[in-house]
Design a binder for this molecule. Structure first.
Ligand SMILES: *Cc1c(COP(=O)(O)O)cnc(C)c1O
Length: 379
């Protein structure tokens, strides 16, 4: 597919952030964005890489009233040799299409989506931060733009991709989080949208997250909506438990998002001969394992944090300290291995990395920044 490239003149490009230790997450955007339109009659048209700028949208656009929007979140990492590493981007593209199908939005050619990401990396490679732990976050999104006050599937949509530099998720080191089981709210129900990266799921979770933070926890652990018994996932992470030497993880699909980080964790564990079981475990089972001393580690897995060790778990008026509130050895090993693959310092036996080398990019090797050194992650 031919992309129209309207590159922003050099003089109009915004200054890049100077201090990579203060990037944070989601607040800074690169100069360019990719857009492409779809209509029922014409299919996809006008793929364009142009200036990052506000969208013009009718106040009657379907997305604003009925929530037809899906997104993806993936990262490009600065490679040791100065190129850029995309991690399992093909899997994000196929998940995007599964999300589109569930919301009756049009499917996208996955090759075009990957090409669009690479075209953005080509133009905006200077936005790629270079210190270890930082990355360029990529957010593909689809919205129903058709103006219509009435519930229907869209016959006009916009697909766009924006990117922006993000900081190390653990600038002060790799720290265990405190999570609380929600007994009052549900995130997703059977037959609903739980497995889809769509706005509705996150809107449904916000109040519970705020109440959790107010009570001193970082995130909410969701149970199944029907029986409030089976463990589902955390905010924007899948969850895994190490119980009596085995790693247990609730199977995705249905009400649980099929995380790519979770899948990578399971593939690594199997390759290390760590026993893995995927089944719907209950909160009762976890509390019992804690009581009899077999609950060794609990950790979340997702693109933003990669691995997030859980130090405290609150359920029904009791707070349980897991593994002495410390980072477990397996959580740390997984974190180091995944980061090593993503940043190109370790071999990539599963072929997860797609290396991109933008023309004109200064191939300066990634550097270690004092505030983001992995060494700090060691307990
Ligand atoms: C994105 C997301 C995840 C993690 O998926 P990754 O592909 O590993 O980033 C898990 N749960 C929810 C609800 C999510 O939105």
């Amino acid at each position: 597919m031919e992309f129209k490239i309207n590159s922003v003149p050099m003089a109009e490009r915004r200054p890049k952030p100077e201090d990579e230790s203060k990037l944070g997450f989601g607040k800074i955007y690169s100069d360019h964005m990719f857009t492409m339109k779809w209509t029922q009659e014409m299919g996809w048209s006008a793929p364009t890489v142009g200036k990052f700028e506000p969208l013009t949208l009718s106040p009657a656009a379907l997305v604003l009233h009925y929530g037809q929007t899906i997104f993806e979140g993936l990262k490009a990492y600065p490679n040791q040799d100065g190129t850029i590493n995309l991690f399992r981007a093909e899997d994000n593209c196929s998940r995007f299409n599964r999300s589109a199908a569930r919301l009756d939005l049009p499917l996208l050619d996955q090759g075009v989506m990957l090409e669009a990401i690479e075209a953005l990396l080509e133009l905006d490679h200077e936005w790629m931060p270079r210190s270890h732990g930082t990355s360029l976050y990529i957010r593909p999104t689809m919205i129903a733009t058709e103006p219509y006050i009435g519930l229907k599937s869209a016959s006009e949509v916009l697909f766009f991709i924006i990117t922006g530099p993000v900081g190390a998720y653990y600038p002060e080191g790799f720290n265990p989080v405190k999570i609380i089981v929600s007994e009052e709210y549900s995130r997703a129900g059977p037959g609903g949208l739980g497995a889809v990266k769509t706005a509705a799921n996150y809107a449904a979770s916000l109040l519970a997250e705020k109440e959790a933070i107010r009570a001193g926890y970082t995130q909410v652990l969701w149970l199944d909506a029907a029986e409030r018994k089976f463990i589902e996932e955390v905010g924007a992470m899948n969850i895994l438990f190490k119980i009596g030497g085995k790693v247990v993880s609730p199977p995705p699909g249905g009400t649980i998002l099929d995380g790519i980080t979770r899948d990578s964790v399971l593939k690594l564990l199997r390759s290390w001969d760590v026993p893995v079981e995927e089944y719907r475990l209950t909160i009762g089972e976890v509390i019992e394992a804690q009581a009899n001393g077999t609950l060794e580690e609990v950790f979340g897995a997702g693109t933003a944090a990669v691995i997030s060790p859980v130090g405290h778990l609150h359920y029904q008026d009791r707070t349980y300290e897991i593994g002495g509130g410390q980072i477990g050895p397996l959580s740390l090993k997984l974190f180091d291995e995944l980061m090593g693959i993503q940043y190109g310092s370790r071999p990539d036996p599963f072929n997860w990395i797609r290396e991109v080398a933008p023309a004109g990019m200064k191939q300066t090797p990634a550097r270690e920044s004092a505030s983001t050194q992995l060494a700090m992650a060691k307990p």
